[in-house]
Design a protein around this ligand. Structure first.
Ligand SMILES: [Zn+2]
Length: 104
């Protein structure tokens, strides 16, 4: 386990804990009906995003355990230190990421 991957693991676990922690105490009960509906929609959308993020985080953690963290899933090359510092759960190098995003 390298120091970089150990640091990334800590960051990922911290993010995962923050995502899983029961939170979002309701702000006020005085919201009108329409606003409640909108809040529910926002919450659902948020949950989708968070579930996707959790999946990415878990995948990254298992890559760390397998010793494959930091390697691009597309081309197999190193993803790059800068990118990994910013996005520890990154699965693809910037070039492959760009390609994937332009596919559809
Ligand atoms: Zn790549």
């Amino acid at each position: 386990m390298t120091r970089a991957s150990e640091k990334a693991r800590q960051a990922l676990i911290g993010r995962r804990d923050a995502l899983l922690r029961p939170q979002r105490s309701g702000r006020s009960n005085s919201a009108g009906h329409a606003e409640v509906d909108r809040n529910l929609a926002t919450l659902r959308e948020l949950e989708q995003t968070e579930l996707a993020e959790l999946a990415e985080i878990d995948a990254a953690l298992s890559r760390i355990d397998a010793g494959r963290w930091g390697l691009c899933a597309g081309c197999g090359h190193a993803i790059g230190r800068q990118r990994l510092l910013a996005v520890p759960e990154a699965r693809l190098c910037p070039a492959c990421q760009e390609q994937e995003e332009t596919v559809d």
